[in-house]
Design a protein around this ligand. Structure first.
Ligand code: CMC
Length: 427
């Protein structure tokens, strides 16, 4: 029997049958595209809590189970056994690379990872105290000025080249944001290093000294990057898709994603968590902050807690928590007072009725900042790290969207509550 929903307008008695579409896993969706034509009404879902905005085969989340799959592979397995570049290839192409494909992809990352010298000079326009995310939005957006005429988004090869350029250049751009803020010379990429090793090299080496990448930092960053690579239709990815749906330049679309990521409710939470832990200051103050988080008259929220989709422990947070223990152990930083506060805060929040009733668990951002801090990455660079890794998801989702045969501009409707028509008064 055909699976459908029948909706009846109680005012007119008119009905419409709405077909149901089944995905490969996850809840079915009701196709409401004929609703306006049939019944003359829209649907209302602020924040898109129950609205599927697209068809996608990239990433799947089961929020109740706390499961995250990239192209079908559980993120835990990828984090343990794969590398960031293999995962990037998987997200973009749908399958893990063969050894030859992997070598070619790695070569392309090295081929595209430098910035044009004139792009380097853009940085001098920013004050040294500019937030690195602000610089990143500007610099990535300005890539579109370099690759506009040469990028035909209707040409698959051009889309792939744009994607390679973006993934390859992001660490170089990010490291330069950092170097600009601390007043050190920019460091060129080195192709003998891994993707994340190269990022560490460009951030922390100076021309006057030999620099050896710390394998503990490299391994931790590799894992964090895998966990951050994609997360289906979150705010920044939806922003990239919406911008891209108008057939805008892909570099400009990714800049719009970076802007959306920056907010503390999204990727900016990793920086906000560290600031919050510092503000809490000691374990004795935790109950006061938990009370504040529960107070509806107080805007304070426990940063790094809660998620729109996960109503269970965020699977990424589980791995990052373990990695945090490992890294702090290996680096001898387990006595970091902020780590102690984080562990205690998590323990107390998870026992609190308010958090239990609302199914609020630590998310990916709760522990990632502590790892970044332990490997020497400054707090205002945390969201930049997230943006480098998420670029892979953004480009994979953008490529998927543009390749759709029935791709249309995204154009939500609204419930208008403003003034009705009125005439301009005489003055
Ligand atoms: N602290 C205190 N209360 C919270 C929190 C929190 N962190 N998160 C949600 N709540 C409460 C909220 O007040 C609401 O309570 P009530 O039902 O009594 O009104 C209930 O839980 C449901 O929350 P919501 O705001 O309706 O949930 P949402 O899906 O709109 O928001 C969120 C999700 C992630 C924006 C939110 O949980 C939040 O602000 N968390 C802190 C910021 C954060 O850690 N963001 C990173 C998200 S994970 C990284 C990423 O992928 O972006």
């Amino acid at each position: 029997m055909e699976h459908k929903f029948t909706i009846t307008d109680s005012a007119t008695g008119k009905s419409v049958d709405l077909p149901v579409q089944e995905g490969s896993i996850g809840p079915p969706v009701i196709d409401i595209s004929s609703l306006y034509k049939s019944l003359g009404c829209f649907t209302f879902d602020p924040g898109f809590q129950v609205t599927a905005s697209c068809r996608s085969a990239v990433t799947y989340i089961d929020g109740e189970k706390g499961e995250l799959l990239y192209r079908g592979y559980p993120v835990e397995q990828l984090a343990e056994h794969s590398t960031f570049l293999r995962v990037a290839y998987l997200l973009m192409h749908g399958e893990l690379p063969t050894q030859d494909q992997h070598d070619e992809f790695t070569h392309l990352m090295g081929y595209h990872n430098m910035m044009k010298e004139s792009l380097n000079r853009f940085y001098t326009g920013f004050y040294h105290d500019a937030h690195p995310m602000a610089i990143m939005v500007g610099v990535v957006g300005s890539l579109s000025a370099f690759y506009h005429d040469s990028t035909d988004i209707h040409n698959l090869r051009h889309r792939e080249i744009a994607a390679h350029r973006l993934i390859a250049k992001m660490p170089t751009i990010a490291a330069a944001c950092y170097k600009h803020c601390i007043g050190e010379p920019f460091v060129y990429p080195k192709n003998s290093l891994s993707y994340v090793g190269n990022l560490l090299h460009m951030m922390f080496s100076v021309p006057t000294e030999e620099y050896v990448v710390d394998p503990i930092a490299e391994q931790a960053l590799e894992r964090i990057f895998i966990l951050h690579a994609d997360h289906e239709q979150n705010a920044s990815t939806s922003t990239v898709r919406l911008a891209g749906s108008s057939q805008a330049n892909p570099f400009a679309c990714i800049a719009s994603g970076i802007a959306a990521l920056w907010g503390p409710a999204h990727g900016g939470a990793n920086e906000a968590v560290l600031n919050m832990l510092e503000e809490i200051g000691s374990v004795e103050n935790i109950p006061k902050f938990i009370t504040k988080a529960k107070d509806k008259d107080d805007p304070f929220r426990l940063m790094g807690f809660g998620h729109r989709v996960y109503k269970n422990y965020d699977p990424r947070a589980k791995i990052i928590r373990e990695t945090c223990h490992e890294v702090l152990d290996k680096l001898g930083s387990t006595n970091d007072p902020l780590f102690e506060i984080a562990l205690k805060l998590e323990e107390m929040a998870l026992k609190d009725d308010y958090f239990i009733a609302r199914k609020l668990y630590p998310n990916v951002d709760f522990y990632s900042g502590l790892i970044y801090r332990a490997i020497g990455i400054p707090t205002n660079m945390f969201t930049v790290m997230f943006a480098i890794a998420r670029t892979v998801g953004w480009v994979a989702q953008w490529m998927e969207m543009i390749a759709e045969p029935d791709q249309r501009i995204g154009r939500p409707r609204q419930l208008y509550v403003g003034a009705t028509r009125r005439d301009y008064p005489p003055y």
